[in-house]
Design a protein around this ligand. Structure first.
Ligand code: 26V
Length: 749
């Protein structure tokens, strides 16, 4: 059937079809099957509202979920074509930035799999976040083009017209189907303006910011270091929430009186929080009193917090709301009055004395649930960051430890390991992930240990050829693969890894040779206006090239910084990892999800007791994880007492001094750029806000211990088995079942 369809669309000539024609053919065969799938119905609809959905490529995943992958691959092969051509051609939607966006994508997969009546709501971005290229050891941003050919994004006839300040705009709905494991699908609905002008982007990611109706959805998170950029981001959020709320009211038009019974909105961080104001506004237009509208909204919304970093907690000037729609200002002031009646504590105010609107405060007061994303994170919210709120509403706070979809992060990206697990314990774990536990029974079986090592080596070999093809870099497949892949941020401390590598370079030069070479993989984008993050990238790229040129050090050490890290690259890196670097300053990483993906694929965690690392360590036990660094309580205390002094570490610790000073050594300055390297050097000594040096000694000691442990290959394999077996808890099916049972109160399978 599929064979015939493919042949018909390509005029019986798969051999000669252009790649574009072949792609369109496979796409249309796949899409036709998806169209016929059932969409889930239920009493209450869940809307997962998010500014990001980092869904990754869809074609292969969808073909696999439909069970047609092998037939299509076989048909192409019989006609001299390789399915990987088509897979490579499938564009990767650029609709997210990091963990929060990838989480939303995993959640949609699990919502579909569990048969929950839920949908994703968000925005289209024409050029995504940005595409990262390296020039002269620096990150340069360019546009990420992904909408240039027909793909998974379907334009619909559904449009909503409203005003953005004084400009009339028409928002059009687009759809992407998201498939789950058991033949069910859900829909991601993304809004956009027909009037967007892509030619506005001239150089890099610069564009004329003045005309909102032609530039609004060009990029995700346009640079907000200027007033104009900030206003544009605000307008994006307004446009997104106005479109989403219009859609919800449209779809439930005959049930507005009891909307809170038929609808629940989960807001993914505060980017969609304006929807709370917009729903109140609509309900009042519908005839409800202000008090009724507030009470309905409070029963309808639930909020997820993803960070405690102060700079990421959004506060918008009231004047922006005034310029957008005066009615919203009236609503905000009345909401503040309601808050005043409950508490006068400025810590819980929505509107502060500087006339800024605290979006997290709005989200907590006017929703019925606030959750953190890992148990330590939730504890920190309740006991310190959001304590004033938790004291007011103790019953609203709850934890939902993040999860990942095993369909993409095991079945699809590591088919060899998946098949091996199926052979050993059956395929039940694919729908009930905790069944992976059964694999632990094999931890002392030498044959299984050897098999696990062999599969890991195959994935490392795959990564080596992928890196050769995509980055043009040769990697030693017998080296230890140490992987740090995540957004670049000082709190995630890529700079700590950098200092370790410098330290190791010196040790090698002094004749202290490691037992085996190590390859350090990095994948990371820095926000365009985040100077120090870009300096860290520069230092790593510069060091990479110094090491490469050193005939001795290069035999033991290599840095591979993959360009433009994205979901597709992650799918190759994650199965190949030996060491999973999760080294954030304790208390700062809300959860992390890369840590879960690497664990599931048999990498061992080198981490601080932060985010979900704490839960990983609890699950596998201290003998199967490498934990270092100061505890979150100590760190929180150090902030409270201003007790950390970077210079003290620099002046009293010779290894630290040597590593930091290397940044501005003659060798580095010759290869790199003085401005960037000296700024980083200065930052680390005089500020180091995320306390890199605090954990340096412990990190070096623990990492060295880990590299030693690697040499006992069978014991290492035993630890891998324990990690894989205990990763079941981190299935997003478990997370979503908890959201469904405890927050949304909806049925699921
Ligand atoms: C903040 C900002 C600040 C300005 C620049 C643009 C921008 C974009 C997003 C955000 C919020 C970031 C929140 C976030 O991504 N948190 C991550 O969420 C993951 C999923 O829960 C979690 O695993 C990570 O630990 C957490 O950092």
């Amino acid at each position: 059937m599929i064979r015939e369809e493919l042949l018909a669309i390509t005029n019986n000539n798969i051999e000669e079809a252009s790649l574009d024609a072949l792609y369109q053919a496979v796409l249309s065969v796949t899409q036709k099957r998806i169209e016929n799938m059932e969409h889930v119905h239920g009493d209450r609809t869940v809307y997962y509202m998010s500014a990001e959905f980092l869904i990754g490529k869809l074609l292969s995943n969808n073909m696999m979920n439909l069970g047609i992958y092998h037939e299509i691959a076989q048909t192409l092969k019989e006609h001299g074509r390789d399915i990987s051509e088509v897979e490579g051609y499938d564009p990767e939607p650029s609709l997210g930035n990091g963990g929060l966006g990838r989480l939303a994508a995993c959640f949609l997969d699990s919502i579909a799999t569990l048969g929950i009546n839920g949908e994703g709501l968000g925005l289209v971005y024409h050029f995504g976040l940005f595409k990262q290229v390296f020039e002269n050891h620096m990150q340069v941003e360019t546009k990420d083009v992904w909408l240039d050919k027909p793909s998974w994004l379907r334009k619909t006839d559904t449009v909503y017209s409203f005003k953005l300040s004084d400009v009339n705009v028409t928002s059009r709905m687009h759809e992407i189907d998201v498939l789950g494991y058991r033949g069910k699908k859900t829909t991601l609905r993304l809004f956009d303006l027909d009037s967007i002008d892509e030619t506005l982007v001239t150089q890099g990611i610069d564009f004329d910011q003045s005309k909102v109706d032609s530039n609004l959805t060009l990029f995700l998170y346009p640079d907000d270091s200027t007033e104009q950029g900030l206003r544009l981001r605000f307008a994006q959020q307004y446009f997104m929430t106005m479109s989403n709320v219009s859609y919800i009211f449209d779809k439930h038009h005959d049930d507005i009186d009891h909307l809170y019974q038929s609808v629940v909105v989960q807001i993914n961080d505060t980017h969609p929080a304006m929807s709370i104001l917009l729903v109140i506004q609509r309900l009042m237009k519908h005839g409800k009193s202000f008090d009724e509208a507030c009470s309905d909204v409070q029963k309808m919304f639930a909020y997820t917090n993803h960070t405690i970093l102060a700079e990421a907690l959004e506060k918008w000037p009231l004047s922006y709301f005034e310029a957008m729609d005066h009615e919203l200002v009236v609503i905000i002031k009345k909401l503040q009055k309601k808050v005043d009646a409950v508490s006068k504590d400025p810590a819980v105010a929505i509107l502060d004395k500087d006339k800024r609107v605290h979006m997290a405060s709005l989200s907590i007061h006017f929703s019925y649930s606030t959750n953190g994303v890992a148990s330590l994170h939730t504890d920190i919210l309740v006991n310190s960051e959001l304590k004033a709120f938790a004291d007011l509403y103790p019953d609203r706070f709850n934890n939902k430890t993040n999860g990942i979809t095993f369909r993409r992060w095991l079945q699809f990206s590591n088919p060899e390991l998946t098949q091996y697990l199926i052979d050993k314990i059956g395929d039940g774990f694919l729908s009930e992930a905790t069944q992976l536990r059964a694999f632990e029974a094999f931890k002392d079986d030498a044959r299984v240990q050897e098999d696990v090592l062999r599969i890991k080596q195959e994935r490392k070999d795959d990564l080596v050829s992928y890196i050769k093809k995509t980055e043009g870099i040769d990697v030693n497949p017998t080296s230890v693969f140490d992987i740090q892949i995540k957004r670049l941020h000082e709190y995630k401390r890529q700079q700590l890894n950098l200092l370790y590598i410098i330290h190791m370079m010196h040790e090698i030069r002094e004749g202290h040779l490691p037992k085996r070479p190590v390859t350090f993989f990095f994948g990371s984008k820095a926000a365009p206006a985040y100077t120090i993050a870009k300096d860290i990238i520069h230092a790593l790229l510069t060091l990479s090239s110094i090491i490469e040129k050193d005939p001795v050090v290069s035999q033991y050490l290599q840095i591979v910084f993959v360009e433009n890290y994205n979901v597709s690259k992650a799918e190759h890196l994650i199965p190949a990892g030996d060491i999973s670097e999760q080294i954030s300053l304790a208390s700062k990483e809300a959860s992390g999800t890369g840590n879960m993906k690497l664990m599931l694929n048999g990498a061992l965690t080198l981490g601080t007791l932060d985010g979900a690392n704490v839960e990983i360590a609890d699950l596998v036990g201290p003998e199967n994880v490498f934990i270092f660094g100061k505890h979150s309580d100590t760190v929180i205390d150090l902030y409270a007492t201003s007790g950390y002094n970077a210079r003290h570490y620099y002046e009293t610790n010779d290894n630290i001094k040597r590593a930091i000073d290397t940044l501005v050594s003659e060798e580095m300055l010759k290869e790199g750029t003085h401005e960037n390297l000296s700024r980083l050097h200065h930052e680390l000594i005089s500020k180091d806000w995320f306390m890199t040096l605090l954990d340096f000694d412990d990190y070096v000691e623990t990492k060295n211990r880990m590299l030693d442990a690697y040499e006992d290959r069978l014991h290492w394999a035993k630890m891998m088995i324990v990690n894989i077996s205990n990763a079941g808890y981190f299935s997003s099916d478990r997370t979503i079942a908890q959201y469904a049972d405890e927050i949304w109160k909806v049925n699921h399978e």
